[in-house]
Design a binder for this molecule. Structure first.
Ligand SMILES: [Zn+2]
Length: 79
């Protein structure tokens, strides 16, 4: 009798990986996610607190700086 069977052991192990008893808010989308999950189940972002990499902030600042410079350049050009 070699019928296909549902691998309960594997299923239970995968369930135990996530602690649904203790949940926290995703820092990105605010959804309730397991305390020990590394990634948000809903938005897929990293769920570590303050995990937003420094390069994202630097890139944002640089982009804003370039945008301001560009706007300033256009403003002067039209005067
Ligand atoms: Zn999220």
């Amino acid at each position: 009798m070699d019928e296909e069977y549902f691998d309960f052991k594997e299923f239970e192990e995968s369930e135990e990986c996530l602690d649904f008893e203790n949940t926290k808010n995703c820092p990105h989308c605010g959804s309730r996610i397991p305390e020990n999950s590394l990634l948000c189940l809903y938005c897929g972002q990293g769920a570590k607190k303050g995990s937003s990499p420094a390069w994202i902030k630097i890139t944002a600042v640089v982009l804003i700086f370039i945008f301001v410079l560009f706007a300033f350049y256009l403003l002067i050009g039209y005067i």
